[in-house]
Design a protein around this ligand. Structure first.
Ligand code: ZN
Ligand code: FE
Length: 252
């Protein structure tokens, strides 16, 4: 028995996750801007929500924390530096801390860049990382509060250290537009072309309203292994090599 991950579409293109320990029936909510769809899913699965987890303080990842915390009488986790701005925060976390969801354990990566209090939750045994708006499928989040060096550290050092099989549960369904950029940066990347095909097939089934989205149109999760091949930001460790290839091409 392991960790069940329910993808709940929220707002316009956000992913909220309900993660369930299949042994105990205990559950945690990750990044909830709306309470109603989360409550509906938890009720449908008949699970007990015991923790509210946020990757960062932006409203589209945390707005429903107080309402959910009250309903489930559950603590709210996030980076401790976000005390005062992350809605409902009760339990501040730091790099290397661990939390449990039933019998499943996550360790905390501190990955400031998109915001200065951004964290990721890594469930090593379940091959899953919840990385908010830092790493997206084929892209990365905007630098609202950090520097490019901090994003490099987050993507190419900390997240890149995870095994290839790790599933990447990110904060938004941005994959199609991210891939268009990836193809622009690396026009000859076969893995990018292949992923574009896969994503076009999935997105062709898209519901008119994201709230009605079902798993068969969701491009998330990819894996860390996928991202190593397609993500231009995660691949920036190879940037010198890429720059050389582009320079050669442009000179023709
Ligand atoms: Zn954000
Ligand atoms: Fe966001």
């Amino acid at each position: 028995m392991g960790l069940q991950v329910e993808r709940i579409p929220t707002l316009g293109d956000n992913y909220t996750y309900l993660i369930v320990c299949e042994d105990s029936g205990e559950a945690a909510v990750v990044d909830a801007p709306e309470a109603e769809p989360v409550i509906a899913r938890a009720d449908a699965l008949d699970v007990k929500v015991t923790k509210i987890l946020s990757t960062h303080h932006h409203y589209d990842h945390s707005q429903a924390n107080p309402e959910l915390a009250k309903r489930y009488d559950a603590p709210v986790y996030g980076h401790r530096s976000d005390d005062g701005r992350l809605p409902g925060l009760t339990n501040g976390l730091e790099e290397g801390d661990t939390i449990t969801v039933g019998r499943q354990q996550a360790r905390i990566l501190f990955i400031p860049a998109h915001t200065k209090g951004h964290i990721a939750y890594v469930f090593d045994d379940a091959d899953a990382v919840f990385c908010g708006d830092t790493l997206f499928a084929a892209g990365c989040g905007r630098l609202f509060e950090g520097t490019p060096e901090m994003m490099y550290e987050a993507l190419c050092v900390k997240l890149a250290a995870l095994p290839d099989a790790t599933r990447v549960f990110c904060g938004h369904e941005y994959t199609a537009s991210n891939l268009a950029f990836a193809a622009h940066v690396e026009p000859d990347n076969e893995a990018v072309k292949k992923m574009i095909g896969r994503v076009e097939t999935l997105r062709a089934k898209a519901a008119a309203d994201w709230h009605d989205a079902t798993p068969d149109e969701m491009t998330v999760p990819t894996t860390i292994g996928d991202e190593r091949e397609i993500n231009p930001f995660m691949r920036s460790a190879n940037a010198a090599e890429l720059g050389e290839r582009r320079a050669q091409k442009d000179s023709f």
